[in-house]
Design a protein around this ligand. Structure first.
Ligand code: PEP
Length: 268
């Protein structure tokens, strides 16, 4: 297994939850659960107004804070929007781009995702680009071709070096917030296909360096099985990231998986 070439990442997506006041209690509960040994990266993607409080609450820990969305323009007449530089100034290191909720409710297109990705990278953020299919698309057997299309649009214009700064999150839409996660087998099939896409478009070295996350009802009960898959390098977690205890258990599962894989790699 060649997971040694990429980072394991456990990223929480708080969505429209968690006020600046609430984040203090959350941090107090999560901090003791953060393992000292850095076997996976930990990210929490907060609502924009909560980012500074989250950065303060997790200062001197290894938890990085991210945004959930951003505009591709640097500034201007875009009421209600925030730019990549604003996220950076607030202390964010990551940002989610192209979450299916943004695509579904706010009409975000694949072309928007591509522009946002370029703007995020130019600002020095680490983008987490979401792709995924609806249940209808899965049932007609179109999941992998749709995701290949989403990726080719999202990653358009990147070179083999820059793409290594991108994290891909495979998030089947039918699994998000439904309690019905993809099976490890189904999730791995798509994540493997994403890796193949990366290899054909950016070469083997980049393909093995890009972290691919699974998202969609990941919980403490199913995390270990999903994270053990060869092409799944971590999770993007919505509901379960709102409870510090559950998020801590998922981090523990990722640490344990990374430890086992490191031992396997050393034995090879
Ligand atoms: C998400 O919103 O990215 C997500 C995966 O949500 P949940 O874990 O609640 O399915």
């Amino acid at each position: 297994m060649n997971k040694k070439y990429r980072r394991a990442i456990i990223a929480g997506n708080w969505k429209m939850n968690m006020t600046p006041t609430e984040v203090r209690d959350y941090a107090a509960e999560l901090k003791p659960l953060i393992p000292k040994e850095k076997l996976c990266d930990i990210v929490l993607c907060a609502p924009a107004v909560t980012i500074p409080a989250a950065v303060r609450a997790f200062r001197a820990t290894r938890v990085a804070i991210g945004g959930q969305n951003m505009h591709y323009e640097a500034s201007g007449a875009y009421t209600g929007e925030i730019s990549a530089d604003m996220l950076v100034a607030a202390g964010a290191k990551y940002t989610i781009i192209g979450h299916s909720e943004r695509r579904a409710y706010y009409g975000e297109t694949d072309a928007d995702v591509n522009k946002k990705l370029h703007a995020a990278l130019a600002a020095g953020l680490r983008p987490i680009v979401c792709v995924g299919e609806t249940l209808d698309q899965r049932e007609t057997g179109a999941a992998c071709s749709l995701i290949n299309y989403q990726l080719s649009m999202a990653l358009y214009g990147l070179d083999a070096t820059t793409v290594r700064r991108v994290t891909i999150a495979y998030e089947p839409i039918w699994a998000i917030g439904t309690g019905r996660a993809a099976t490890a087998e189904d999730a791995e099939e798509v994540c493997r296909d994403i890796r193949i896409f990366l290899r054909s478009n950016f070469g083997a070295r980049s393909a093995r360096a890009v972290s691919i996350l699974y998202g969609g009802s990941m919980k403490p009960a199913n995390a270990a099985e999903l994270l053990a898959c060869p092409d799944i390098d971590g999770g993007l977690i919505g509901g379960a990231s709102l409870k510090a205890g559950e998020f801590g258990q998922i981090i523990a599962a990722a640490q344990e998986t990374a430890r086992m894989q490191r031992e396997e790699d050393e034995a090879e």
